[in-house]
Design a protein around this ligand. Structure first.
Ligand SMILES: [Zn+2]
Length: 168
């Protein structure tokens, strides 16, 4: 899925309790893509790697570290270890962090083998799903519509965070 949708899904799924949790969940929902691709886009802007407009960049132009970081941030194994460690450390789960796990689950069926299939069992296995790319209208438009419906429901019908008695 695209990085903004990941943020919006993370926020609405795990940030409904209070505003602070929403922003944390939205950020944690986007980080799995921002961590590997952020430095790459910075390099493209600085002219270190070719800048590409319209459509995904050619895989040949993407540095190896992007693939390595992508494997780490898109692994349910790594996520479970971090989520569990944070749980043990805090003595309770940190719910906004679950947005990271949701990111991986959403990516599994929305990436094809041609462009960054989701290595959800890395480093134990290279298993992945040949899904339908999120840019396909079949995925893209239902995603946008569903997000609009959910956000209207949360803010207009449920009353947003205020309904929980806490605004921050
Ligand atoms: Zn992703």
């Amino acid at each position: 899925m695209d990085v903004f949708s990941h943020g919006l899904w993370g926020g609405i799924a795990f940030g409904r309790r209070r505003k602070r949790d929403f922003w944390a969940a939205a950020l944690l929902g986007m980080l799995p893509d921002l961590v590997p691709f952020g430095p790459f886009f910075l390099m493209a802007l600085l002219g270190i790697v070719p800048l590409h407009f319209g459509g995904p960049p050619s895989l040949d132009n993407i540095p190896q570290f992007v693939f390595s970081l992508y494997s780490v941030t898109h692994s349910l194994v790594v996520f479970a270890l971090v989520f569990g460690s944070v749980w043990v450390w805090r003595k309770r789960a940190y719910l906004p962090l679950a947005a990271w796990g949701l990111h991986i689950l959403v990516d599994i069926p929305t990436h094809s083998t041609e462009f960054f299939p989701t290595p959800f069992l890395w480093p134990l296995s290279s298993a992945h799903v040949n899904g339908v790319p999120w840019s396909h209208p079949f995925i893209f438009f239902p995603d946008v519509i569903l997000l609009i419906v959910l956000y209207v429901w949360f803010f207009k019908i449920k009353g947003g965070w205020k309904a929980n008695g806490k605004q921050i």
